[in-house]
Design a protein around this ligand. Structure first.
Ligand SMILES: [Fe+2]
Ligand SMILES: [Fe+2]
Length: 310
């Protein structure tokens, strides 16, 4: 059981922050190094208990079903080392991710002037919800054809995200979606399609450098989004998110073969895990929807799983 009590339940929020600052200083004084420089590793402002289900993976067995509610969603991973099992797990995981991207866009594209774009996002949501419903049924007989359907839709969605990115970045569209959020989610769609394409050619191999490149970009950008979406008063968490962003995006990890990347992965997963709980129960102030907090946490679980396999 991976449980961490972040601060005594009886202490006030201010006390928890003060205690956090004290731990931070003693951490530095004690030479306690973390891969990302966030000390302590778990944000002390979140007086929450991290539970094992938030950091666990779930083998994608035949007939697996993705629950509707974000907090109930498992992080599906492949149960065996073959293209069929990988196809089932990736379809379950990524079709859900794609569906959620479409939901986030709808939340952030509001008002009558964005009605057409919202409808398009709604259509993508339906397409991926439909694929997701069938993903547990991926089998030896149907996996190549099913993967092809997912690849086509993921590429179509990626193109749409890239078009939206250009419109938002050039000032032709004024939604609440950051241009980088379109770029980020398009990259995830491209990665999903590329992996399925690989399975259809009979290979499941993970290239460790590619895994690190894709996921460190992904984790770093998540941290950057979190910085922008936290309440400006959440100074400690903003500082920790900035350090994570810096580590993943700019500092890089030279220790590709060692455990430095894994350590950093666990640190951002811890940060997101307590963050999700704190956001859900109102202990962390932000404009981060709990389903987005859950989404980025599940992607961190996936990152660690792939790193272990690569
Ligand atoms: Fe995502
Ligand atoms: Fe992401």
């Amino acid at each position: 059981m991976h449980e961490q009590q972040i601060a005594p339940a009886s202490s006030s929020r201010r006390d928890a922050l003060r205690a956090g600052a004290a731990v931070t200083l003693s951490g530095i004084a004690g030479g306690c190094a973390t891969a990302t420089g966030i000390l302590p590793v778990v944000p002390p402002a979140a007086k929450v208990v991290q539970d094992s289900s938030q950091v666990a993976t779930t083998p994608a067995s035949p007939g697996a079903v993705m629950p509707q509610k974000a907090e109930d969603k498992p992080t599906f991973v492949s149960e065996a080392r073959d293209p069929v099992a990988y196809s089932r797990a990736d379809n379950l995981f990524w079709n859900d991710v794609m569906m959620e991207h479409a939901q986030f866009f709808q939340m952030l594209m509001w008002g009558p002037e964005l009605e057409a774009e919202r409808r398009q996002a709604e259509d993508f949501q339906r397409v991926f919800a439909d694929l997701l419903r069938q993903s547990g049924g991926v089998s030896r007989e149907n996996h190549v054809a099913f993967n092809r359907r997912s690849i086509d839709q993921a590429r179509r969605f990626s193109d749409w995200k890239k078009t939206m990115e250009q419109r938002q970045a050039s000032g032709r569209m004024h939604s609440l979606v950051f241009p980088l959020f379109f770029t980020h989610t398009a990259r995830e769609a491209d990665r999903f399609a590329a992996r399925l394409d690989q399975y259809n050619r009979g290979s499941i191999e993970l290239d460790r450098r590619e895994v690190i490149d894709f996921w460190t970009k992904t984790m770093g950008e998540h941290a950057g989004f979190i910085v922008q979406l936290l309440d400006p008063n959440e100074l400690l968490l903003i500082d920790q998110a900035r350090k994570l962003e810096e580590s993943f995006l700019r500092q890089g990890f030279r220790d590709v073969a060692g455990d430095e990347v894994m350590k950093a992965g666990r640190e951002i997963l811890d940060f997101k895990t307590v963050g999700e709980k704190g956001i859900r129960n109102g202990r962390i102030r932000s404009v981060i929807h709990p389903s987005l907090a859950s989404h980025v946490r599940r992607e961190a679980v996936r990152f660690i799983d792939e790193l272990r396999r690569a």
